[in-house]
Design a protein around this ligand. Structure first.
Ligand code: HEC
Length: 211
């Protein structure tokens, strides 16, 4: 990454970065002289957005499945929901099957134990994925960020942007996810703020430059 744009902005640096914590949350203070941008790594965008082939289905048309696959790739669902994608090492056997790496939704620089969500398995496995979800529940989750019981999901998933998806497109996405080969993969449970995390996580955020 070039340094020149950073020099122009003397006070604030907006950086999209990934830090993996194992053992998680030993210190609440930023490390003096630590430069988050030094950890910046170039990821392989092609594999992060890869989508699995759906299984032929009698419930949905080929057009719906093709459209759903196209939208899931375009909207980048796999950048969070594919195992390893968040750390630049997507597992091709677990495309869209949930991430063992979580996303901190509070800052690890401020809280020694930030809150963390683990993007769930979107394949239709009955035990570990969306196998038991109705189409309606799936569509509502994508467009409104809630379950049918109105429990709202954390804004880590960009559902406010997806709320503009048309009903037909949301149906195609849900049909595509329902037609994926089921992959057995249980992601770690979400971690509440203040609780220690046992699985790694990344933090995506806005950072103030320490002069
Ligand atoms: C920036 C990361 C990110 C992106 C991109 C993303 N999600 Fe998510 N998604 C999450 C997280 C994190 C959760 C869990 C939220 C929670 O537990 O509150 C989630 C939850 C879900 C759920 C609920 C699953 C369950 O078992 O509770 C569905 C369905 C879902 N996402 C579908 C999608 C689809 C479809 C796309 C693309 C159109 C997408 N997501 C894009 C991060 C993401």
């Amino acid at each position: 990454m070039s340094k020149s744009p950073l020099a122009a902005s003397r006070h604030w640096v907006i950086a999209l970065m990934s830090i993996v914590f194992a053992g998680c949350g030993t210190s609440s203070q930023p490390v003096e002289g630590y430069n988050p941008l030094a950890d910046f790594e170039v990821l392989d965008p092609a594999s992060i957005f890869a989508t699995p082939e759906p299984q032929p289905s009698s419930d949905y048309t080929t057009e719906q499945l093709t459209r759903g696959r196209y939208l899931v790739g375009l909207l980048g669902c796999g950048s969070c929901h594919t195992d390893g994608a968040l750390v630049g090492d997507p597992n091709p056997a677990r495309l869209l099957a949930g991430s063992s790496t979580g996303i901190a939704y509070t800052s690890p620089f401020r809280n020694s134990n930030p809150g963390i969500v683990y993007p769930p398995n979107l394949t239709p496995d009955m035990e570990t994925g969306l196998g038991s979800w109705t189409m309606e529940r799936l569509i509502t989750m994508i467009r409104v960020g809630t379950t049918e019981h109105s429990a709202s999901s954390l804004p880590v998933m960009p559902w406010p942007a997806y709320s503009n998806i048309t009903g037909e497109d949301a149906l195609s996405i849900a049909a595509y996810l329902k037609s994926l080969p089921p992959v057995v993969h249980r992601v770690p449970g979400n971690v509440s703020r203040g609780e220690p995390a046992e699985a790694p996580y990344v933090h995506l955020g806005v950072y103030q430059r320490i002069e």
